[in-house]
Write a protein of this length. Structure first.
Length: 256
């Protein structure tokens, strides 16, 4: 049988049909991809002709929550052999400022949760102040996020308090040459306490004082030391005459 190729290709519609068929075949081959969908560690192999992550997920009817974490981003172009990782958000309790707030997050660790935009938005919506660097967080930042766990934020505040305190005076004893040993001691200079200004750093945890530390002192008035006088003189007994055969003999003695 002899085919008239020359006459065949003179027919415009036949040529167009062949070109379109071949083009579509190659187009189909070039856009067909195999991707892997990993949802919380469970991987599914998917064959697709879609071009973006969001289209592939929609095509397999996989429902996503707003808080779920998808990598690469939904708007990213996919490549053959690529893995799309999806981490489902879990619910947990955030206890802060006397409130318990339920939050959904796909964060890996407590640190990631604290630094996430979803956390900031949730705190703002609940009229709760942002978490500060000095605040105490339980459990530790490297703890993995699990469903229904509790994350506790304890507010740590530090402030300086200035108070006044007495400076005690000392007592000094001095000799008074005019006083006898058996004279009663007497105060010649009255003692007076001094005054100092004390700066104390006070640390509170959720309003309760947990630590104090003196960080500075300044003397306002020096103390006046007390002086007490005492005597050392010996008392002398007056001379008396003692009769004797030879006459009176002077006699003198000390009294203590």
């Amino acid at each position: 049988m002899k085919i008239d190729f020359k006459g065949f290709f003179k027919k415009p519609m036949a040529v167009i049909s062949i070109v379109l068929s071949v083009g579509l075949a190659f187009t189909g081959i070039s856009f067909k991809k195999t991707v892997y969908i990993d949802v919380d560690g469970t991987t599914t192999k998917v064959t697709t002709y879609k071009g973006k992550v969001e289209d592939v997920i929609s095509d397999i009817d996989l429902k996503l929550e707003t808080e779920d974490n998808v990598k690469p981003k939904l708007t990213s172009e996919i490549k053959n052999g690529q893995t799309i990782k999806i981490k489902r958000a879990v619910s947990l309790d955030l206890i802060v400022d006397g409130k318990t707030v339920v939050i959904k997050s796909a964060a890996d660790s407590v640190k990631d949760l604290i630094e996430s935009k979803s956390m900031s938005k949730k705190l703002q919506s609940e009229n709760i102040s942002p978490i500060k660097e000095q605040d105490k967080i339980e459990p530790t930042l490297d703890t993995k996020i699990t469903s229904n766990m509790k994350v506790i934020i304890k507010r740590i505040e530090k402030k300086n308090e200035v108070t006044q305190a007495e400076i005690p005076y000392s007592t000094e004893k001095v000799v008074d040459d005019n006083m006898y040993k058996d004279d009663k001691e007497k105060v010649v200079v009255a003692g007076k306490p001094g005054i100092k200004e004390v700066t104390t750093e006070v640390t509170t945890e959720d309003g309760n004082v947990v630590a104090t530390s003196v960080i500075g002192e300044r003397v306002i008035e020096e103390p006046t030391n007390e002086k007490i006088a005492y005597g050392t003189k010996e008392k002398v007994v007056p001379t008396v005459n003692v009769p004797s055969r030879g006459g009176n003999i002077p006699y003198q003695s000390k009294m203590s």
